[in-house]
Design a protein around this ligand. Sequence first.
Ligand code: NAD
Length: 264
Amino acid sequence: MPGRLAGKNAIITGAAGGIGLETSILFAKEGANVLMADISAEAVQRAEAKVKQLVPNASRVESIVCDVSKEDQVEKMVSTLDPWGGLDIIFNNAGIMHSQDDDAVATPEAIWDLTHNINVKGVWFGCKHAVLSLRKHKKTKGSIINTASVVALVGSATPQLAYTASKGAVLAMTRELAMVHAREGFRFNSLCPAPLNTPLLQDWLGDDKPKRLRREIHFPSGRFGEAVEQAQAVVFLASDEASFVNGHDMVVDGGMTKAYVTPE
Ligand code: NAD
């Protein structure tokens, strides 16, 4: 199938919903062979069926259950692509924001550890096994994209300390890997999404107008982002169009992190 990602083998983690699902759909539309990975078996199978339904002429779409915080599972996920010819792209996107995540005083240590095991160690394992696979298959180029967040760039007075620290780690780790592997042709870039119009956030905000306004007012565009707007940026970073984009913090936030006073 022709497209901007034609012939490329891609893994997307956290593929069952939100950004991961929208990216799976766009990758399939752009001709990639896609392995959708998620910790939830039922959800990722449903998501796989949705991609196949929306993109009936997709090259290859499969799914796998993988907890990214477990290295043996990440290794198995990446090796699934060996018979496909090896990985070309990995989008390390799985992440959690726990409801008990709070400030320095109130965040339980177990929540800190859980968040960092998934959001940081999970991304490290994804990067590590991507590099090993790219080398094994003698690839001269590869694209690794890791999901961070705007909270890695700007502070928030509604704290989720473990989450914020984990996303800062993703940015720093990605930048360093970009330098380490540049001469091998392996590019590493971060995606920094702003708060999105996903059910998670919207259900939480509900009809509470002041709570909603407290967040919406920071967007120059006057609205939250959509998951598909993140996915569009990921397609670019994954494609050869971004061949000279490396170590970049791709901020997709409608200008939020550049705002001082926003339009009324
Ligand atoms: P989401 O909750 O819809 O998707 C996350 C997916 O990751 C889920 O399908 C979940 O089952 C999966 N997952 C959780 N733990 C996992 C694990 N251990 N192994 C494998 N999969 C696991 O959320 P989303 O909004 O699409 O978030 C995707 C990424 O974007 C996350 O890293 C998140 O932190 C980041 N992000 C989201 C927003 C936002 O407003 N939605 C903003 C900034 C950053």
